[in-house]
Design a protein around this ligand. Sequence first.
Ligand SMILES: NC(=O)c1ccc[n+]([C@@H]2O[C@H](COP(=O)([O-])OP(=O)(O)OC[C@H]3O[C@@H](n4cnc5c(N)ncnc54)[C@H](OP(=O)(O)O)[C@@H]3O)[C@@H](O)[C@H]2O)c1
Length: 279
Amino acid sequence: MTFSFQSRIGLGTWQMGEVARSEAEEIKAIEAAIQMGYRLIDTAEMYASGNAESLIGKALKIAGHSKRDQLQIVSKVLPSNASTKGTVAACEASIKRMSCDYIDCYLLHWQGSYSYEATIEGFLKLHERGLIRSYGISNFDTLDLQKWIAAENRIGAHERTVCNQVYYALNARGIEYDLIPLMQKQTMQLMAYSPLGTGDLVNHPDLKLIANTLGITPAQLALAWILRQPNAIAIPKSVNVKRLEENLVASHIQLDLKTLESLDKIFLPPTQKSPLMVI
Ligand SMILES: NC(=O)c1ccc[n+]([C@@H]2O[C@H](COP(=O)([O-])OP(=O)(O)OC[C@H]3O[C@@H](n4cnc5c(N)ncnc54)[C@H](OP(=O)(O)O)[C@@H]3O)[C@@H](O)[C@H]2O)c1
């Protein structure tokens, strides 16, 4: 598969589009993100029942259609829609809401009752029609990932999963134990959701202290820590222009060994298998 992600920091859009009076501010934030250099946006048909995608469509219209090709858009099909036909229909509806012609990477949001084969067939049909450039999964732990790969093998899928989007942050390190190693073996990218621990990490007193000594912010520290993993992308959400800039800069910050060791003492790496954390 020739698809690859161009950026290591993307914009999350969960909880956007939920309240009518905040919409103008949220559209402005998405547009500002595009203008300041974000090249990856994460969304889902689930977010605000499709309205987060509609806001992306509106922001793209303001930013100018020429920006579309510089952007990579990730969206997700709900498990309840993930039959072959349902996957195709859900993707068409997402594309329509975003007026964006195609989705760069289309994910199964989490596993439901449809067979993996059925969903993969849907992804392959969408790929053949040029409606998606690649596909992936979300909230898949090791065993599920192995079953998913086996399903791809069974149907001889000519396109393969490019990423698994999972909760990964300083306060959620469980996947380092066996999921990240498996994904690395599969050359599958890790898309870290809730990389700021849904916002909790920015107020962590120890993180503040370390960030201060480095002359960066706690958010930048939390994001740069994720990006120490060579195959990782982080997708923090913000509707605040200053924070959007702050988060984007984190892709240029490299943490030294001493800082990583200090963080390991506060947020312990896993020593055994734990259930996948999901939000
Ligand atoms: N696949 C899945 O099942 C799944 C699950 C959860 C999330 N996601 C994706 O991952 C994205 C990010 O996760 P998330 O939204 O849960 O949490 P997050 O990105 O870890 O944290 C977002 C929170 O942090 C605040 N924030 C952002 N940047 C900040 C900064 N520099 N300083 C201080 N506060 C900051 C935001 O507030 P402001 O907006 O006010 O700045 C918001 O309250 C989602 O938007 C969604 O796209 C996927």
